[in-house]
Design a protein around this ligand. Structure first.
Ligand code: ASP
Length: 409
């Protein structure tokens, strides 16, 4: 869900590929959680979102301050990355599925009217967050998927357009030509057959890796990927990025709404839908309590119904930070605290209580490239704040080291 983590492969390839392992300390930070967050703040209006919404916050905040609806304010934020062809995690320019087709997911909840809308696996329509709102407003349903969702969007007036930019198409082509056969077809982390990559830390330094990277660089050149983008493209192929934006907004009166939109996991199986459009996982809003949303490992978040869990925790009296940390602990419990698995997960929750108190919490401190997880906030002053992490250190890219074809023979 961030911009720069995609482009980190600008230094030596082998060093970069081992990122996420360096300096990793998996001790829980429970007792020493940093108190850098402005948790407990109760300033309204306030908008919180993922870091890729930062530059759209001023406009949305002014809209909210002038009496605009809370859901419309949140949608103003997430529409920014949806329209931006350079944000390859959302909307136009999103990285495609394994067949080279961009499939988008989104949902929204309108607190004041206690309504919800969602769409999953939508092709050819850029602003799926607005389509989710249209489902909420113009149908008696909550969720539409695939072809039906696309046809509904067109009927409502959304234009069909090609969402695959040249940038994303070339990266997909590089993946297609060089990808490993074990991407996404399992076994997944949760499978009893899953084995940790025993040689993960050393593998990137092996000669095989060096050869593979060299070959990928050649293919990237043949495809026409510009030299300055080749390393980032290779990284995206080896470690398929995810990406999403969530936004929640509360106005002066305490009306609250939230929405989440994404292109999901790069190179995913066609039809794969993550947590983002699932009401209760990628987003949940209750006008009596607050609103929460997620970015990160979608499959894991679905299993703990993350956003709903957080709202229910706050309903019982937990602070936003405690509520989010508890949801993260449920994810940890699902893996019996097995750090060999948990280090492959990445999870960030964006939490806004009805009174304006908020928190950003994450499983790890940073992405595999060691870029710190952050929450963007606007309550009259716009800022990015570090999340409060359950574990110190960085997550590791998933899937782990792709198996080389020559290894398997
Ligand atoms: N949660 C999203 C998904 O699983 C991806 C992400 O947030 O990075 O589709």
């Amino acid at each position: 869900m961030t911009f720069s983590r995609r482009d980190f492969l600008s230094t030596a390839v082998l060093g970069s590929l081992s990122l996420g392992l360096k300096g990793q300390d998996t001790k829980p930070q429970d007792s020493t959680m940093r108190r850098t967050m402005n948790v407990g703040s109760s300033k309204r209006p306030i908008i919180v979102c993922a870091a890729n919404g930062f530059k759209y916050l001023d406009d949305a905040y002014a809209f909210l301050k002038n009496g605009g609806d809370t859901l419309d304010a949140a949608l103003r934020v997430v529409k920014g990355p949806e329209d931006d062809p350079n944000d390859d995690s959302v909307g136009l320019g999103g990285l495609p599925n394994e067949e080279g087709v961009v499939e988008l997911d989104a949902c929204c909840m309108h607190g004041p009217t206690r309504r919800a809308g969602a769409v999953g696996g939508v092709r050819n329509i850029k602003n799926v967050s607005l389509v989710a709102k249209a489902v909420m407003e113009h149908t008696a349903h909550v969720m539409l998927v695939g072809d039906g969702a696309e046809r509904f969007a067109v009927a409502i007036g959304f234009p069909r357009e090609n969402l695959l930019t040249e940038h994303s198409r070339k990266r997909w082509l590089l993946w297609k030509e060089t990808h490993s056969y074990n991407d996404w077809w399992g076994p997944g982390l949760a499978s009893p057959d899953w084995k940790p990559p025993a040689d993960a830390p050393s593998a990137p330094h092996s000669e095989l890796w060096e050869n593979m990277i060299k070959r990928m660089e050649q293919v990237a050149a043949d495809i026409g990927i510009q030299p300055e983008y080749r390393r980032a493209a290779i990284r995206d192929v080896l470690f398929p990025p995810k990406g999403t934006i969530h936004c929640s907004a509360v106005n002066e009166k305490g009306e609250i709404s939230g929405c989440t939109t994404t292109s999901g996991l790069a190179w995913k199986l066609p039809g794969r839908v993550g947590d983002s459009p699932i009401i209760g996982a990628g987003c949940y809003t209750d006008r009596d309590v607050g609103s929460a949303g997620a970015t990160g490992s979608g499959e894991e978040n679905i299993k703990v119904a993350g956003a709903h869990t957080i709202i229910e925790n706050m309903r019982k009296g937990m602070s936003p930070q405690e509520a989010g940390t508890d949801a993260l602990r449920r994810m940890v419990r699902n893996y019996n605290n097995d750090r060999d698995k948990l280090r492959f997960l990445d999870m960030v929750y964006y939490i806004l209580r009805k009174d304006g108190a908020y928190a950003g919490v994450s499983l790890w401190e940073s992405y595999p490239d060691e870029e710190q997880h952050k929450i963007a906030v606007h309550d009259g002053s716009k800022r990015l704040e570090k999340t409060v992490a359950l574990f110190k250190g960085a997550s590791i890219n998933w899937p782990p080291i792709p198996k080389l074809k020559s290894d398997s023979k």
